[in-house]
Design a protein. Structure first.
Length: 207
C-alpha cells in the first residue's frame, strides 16, 4: 500500500491494449503498476504490492514462474490469474487466490480486486477456503460434470472445502463470519450464473 493509503496493484500482462484497459478501470481507486512480462514484473514487485493481476501465458518467463516469485518475495500479496488459459486440475495445487478467464468484464475485475483486498483481514482457515472455492468455481465453469466426477484431485478439493466449512463453522461466531460467508457465496453465485463475456474488452482477450 502506498503512503497515500491507496492499495497497490501490479498488472502483469503482455498485451499492451489490455494493460491500458485495466489501468483505466482501476486507476481511480488504486495505485496501479504495470509490467509487460515476467522479468519486468520482478523489477516492479516489492512489499508495497497488495494484489497482483497475473497473465499466465507470456513470452519468456511464464505466469506460473512469476507466481512462484510472488510467493517467495511478497507472500502477503494476493494473486489473481487473469488468463485465456482454461483451468485444468493442476490449478488446485497452485498458490494463487483467484482465477479469471479472459475476456474479463470491468465489474468482474473490480469485484475480484475488492474481494482479494478484503480477504487479507480473514484468518488462515478462511483464506484457504476462499482460495479453494475460487478454484472449484473455475473448474466447474470449464469442465464437464463427467470429467469432474472422475477426478481424484477434484474430489480431494471438495473434501477439503467441506472440512474447512465445518472447522470454520465450529470456531467462528456467526457475527464475525457474516462478511466472509457473503464473499464465498458471491463466488459460488457467479459460478452458478455463468457470468462472463467482455463487452468492454478489445479483441478476444489475448492469452
Amino acid at each position: 500500500m502506498t503512503e497515500e493509503g491507496k492499495p497497490t496493484l501490479l498488472v502483469v500482462e503482455d498485451e499492451r491494449a489490455l494493460i491500458e484497459l485495466y489501468v483505466r478501470w482501476l486507476e481511480d481507486d488504486y495505485d496501479v503498476r504495470t509490467a509487460e512480462g515476467g522479468e519486468e514484473a520482478l523489477e516492479r514487485m516489492d512489499g508495497d504490492v497488495d494484489v497482483v493481476l497475473l497473465d499466465r501465458l507470456m513470452p519468456g518467463m511464464s505466469g506460473d514462474e512469476v507466481l512462484e516469485e510472488v510467493q517467495d518475495r511478497i507472500p502477503d500479496a494476493k494473486v489473481a490469474m487473469v488468463t485465456a488459459v482454461e483451468p485444468d486440475f493442476d490449478v488446485i495445487k497452485m498458490g494463487f487466490d483467484d482465477y479469471l478467464t479472459k475476456p474479463v468484464e470491468r465489474e468482474e475485475l473490480l469485484r475480484t480486486v475488492e474481494r482479494l483486498l478484503g480477504r487479507s483481514e480473514f484468518a488462515e482457515l478462511e483464506q484457504e477456503l476462499y482460495a479453494l472455492v475460487s478454484k472449484q468455481a473455475a473448474l466447474r465453469s470449464t469442465k464437464p460434470e463427467e470429467e469432474l466426477a472422475k477426478s481424484d484431485e477434484f474430489a480431494d478439493l471438495e473434501d477439503r472445502i467441506a472440512e474447512l466449512r465445518s472447522d470454520i463453522g465450529a470456531t467462528l461466531p456467526d457475527i464475525e463470519s457474516d462478511e466472509f460467508v457473503a464473499m464465498v457465496r458471491d463466488i459460488e453465485a457467479e459460478d452458478e450464473d455463468g457470468e462472463g463475456g467482455a463487452a468492454d474488452t478489445p479483441g478476444d482477450g489475448g492469452d
